[in-house]
Design a binder for this molecule. Structure first.
Ligand code: COA
Length: 137
């Protein structure tokens, strides 16, 4: 994925139930993410049509995958698995041996997909978050 893919990728994410978008997905923020994590995020194309996308990066210790989405017309053809596999391979090539991701607890389809492609559901963790800027909730 490059920042030139941004408009098509954002449209795909916006149309995909299960992908939670926020200020952190602005063009500027995604551009920064891609610069910080070169060669780790991927797109899938059917000719000129974007059919899949995934963001991936790491912090030097662990990898993180975000926003995997496949166009509904192209699901169940192995594209999601291929994108996830690419991410793990690219992380491994950088010496990162484990990757985490966040899934909405209500997104049973995605949880089933991730289990099917080999990921383990953690029941021992709770995600906690706070804004770094005063006054935001
Ligand atoms: C989740 C998603 C990316 C899967 O993409 P996909 O291209 O259809 O997945 P694949 O075809 O690569 O499937 C890989 C395996 O998972 C299985 N699988 C895919 N979707 C599944 C589902 N909803 N339930 C159960 N298994 C599923 C496939 O059958 C396949 O198994 P197989 O290897 O035994 O045949 C896609 O459904 C999607 O974009 N969902 C909406 C966005 C979303 O929720 N993303 C997750 C954010 S964390």
């Amino acid at each position: 994925m490059t920042i030139h893919d941004y408009d098509a990728v954002l449209a795909l994410w916006q149309s995909a139930d299960g992908v939670g978008l926020s200020d952190a997905d602005s063009r500027e923020a995604i551009g920064r993410y891609l610069v910080r994590n070169p060669g780790l995020s991927f797109t899938a194309w059917d000719g000129d049509l974007l059919v899949g996308a995934v963001l991936c990066g790491h912090d030097g210790r662990r990898g993180y995958v975000h926003h995997l989405a496949v166009r509904p017309s192209h699901r169940r053809q192995g594209i999601g698995k291929a994108l996830a596999t690419r991410c793990l391979g690219a992380l491994a090539a950088e010496g990162i041996d484990k990757c985490h991701l966040f899934v909405f607890a209500v997104n049973a389809d995605a949880i089933a997909f991730w289990k099917r492609v080999g990921w383990s559901q953690r029941v021992d963790l709770v995600v906690m978050s706070q804004y770094t800027v005063d006054g935001r909730q």
